[in-house]
Design a binder for this molecule. Structure first.
Ligand SMILES: C[S@@+](CC[C@H](N)C(=O)[O-])C[C@H]1O[C@@H](n2cnc3c(N)ncnc32)[C@H](O)[C@@H]1O
Length: 275
């Protein structure tokens, strides 16, 4: 149902017993925002999917649909109540503009407004990369690449760990790149360039490459990474479910990398590899 509705709408959220905002016991709620002109089509699709489920003998009752008018900014802002200043890794404090918690001695501050881009430090896949970057802090990094930059959070981490380095933040999503630009300015970081694109659009070779994307995207790209990492350079991969980590490791070893360390948090895993 969510897939079908998702094709017609601007965004879909599923709530059930395992999500931050829960649905009632035994229930699943699909929240979707659509433009007024496609509302009738969305409602018809819901009925059609419900009909197909019933015909296939799937118990989809009781199904109810509630509609409400909302402004785009309201949808965009709902999640903000869940993003508070968060300590990440040993030294980072990630702060949204609406929770400007004072820094303690030694804190490295990242002020962030992720907009609709991913990357508040609240997700384990981001935190795992930040922890692995801190492990690499003594390495010489003159150039880094943040592939799939989202909000730009990892670029801002790297720019603080290696202040003399030049960074490149890249995302396939122009909105993410625009958000990264804003966040870099907010943090007065002028050492990171931004670009909309994918790995093949990047001729630069880096000492450190960070890629928190997902296994399904990263594995097919494994053979394209070595040309973007200097010999002896580091590659940190995240966004992997723990059960995918071994297959991802194997693919990147086959591409010429060696595994240096792996970290796990919740059901997520991240790898630190060396070329
Ligand atoms: C999980 S978010 C990571 C955001 C941020 N780097 C972090 O660690 O929190 C993954 C990002 O990768 C981007 N992305 C997905 N596929 C991509 C690809 N093939 N090339 C570049 N970026 C991609 C998405 O648009 C998204 O912004």
């Amino acid at each position: 149902m969510a897939d079908a509705v998702g094709e017609l709408t601007e965004g879909v959220e599923i709530r059930d017993g395992s999500t931050i905002i829960r649905a009632g016991a035994g229930l699943a709620v699909i929240v979707a925002q659509c433009r007024p002109e496609v509302e009738a089509e969305v409602l018809a699709e819901i009925e059609a999917v419900a009909g197909r489920l019933k015909a296939a003998g799937v118990e989809a009752e009781p199904l109810s649909v509630r509609r409400r008018e909302a402004h785009e900014d309201e949808w965009r802002d709902v999640w903000k109540q869940y993003f508070r200043a968060t300590r990440v890794g040993r030294t980072f404090l990630v702060r949204p503009s609406w929770d400007p918690r004072p820094a303690a001695d030694g804190d490295r501050i990242i002020d962030i407004d992720p907009g609709r881009a991913f990357g508040t430090g609240g997700h384990a896949s981001t935190r795992l990369v930040i922890g692995l970057c801190e492990e690499l802090e003594d390495r010489r990094v003159e150039r880094f690449l943040d592939l799939g930059c989202g909000s730009g959070i990892l670029s801002m981490v790297a720019a603080q760990l290696w202040p003399a380095a030049r960074g490149l933040a890249v995302d396939i999503d122009p909105e993410a790149v625009a958000t990264t630009v804003e966040n870099l300015e907010r943090n007065r970081i002028a050492t990171v360039e931004t670009r909309v694109g994918v790995l093949r659009d990047i001729p630069e070779v880096s000492d450190l490459v960070l890629a928190n994307i997902e296994a399904g995207v990263l594995v097919p790209l494994a053979a394209d990474f070595p040309a973007r990492v200097v010999p002896g350079g580091s590659l940190v991969l995240s966004g992997l479910l723990a059960e995918q980590a071994q297959a991802v490791t194997d693919a990147f070893i086959a591409a010429g990398f060696a595994l240096e360390s792996r970290r796990d948090e919740d059901e997520w895993a991240a790898l630190s590899l060396r070329r």
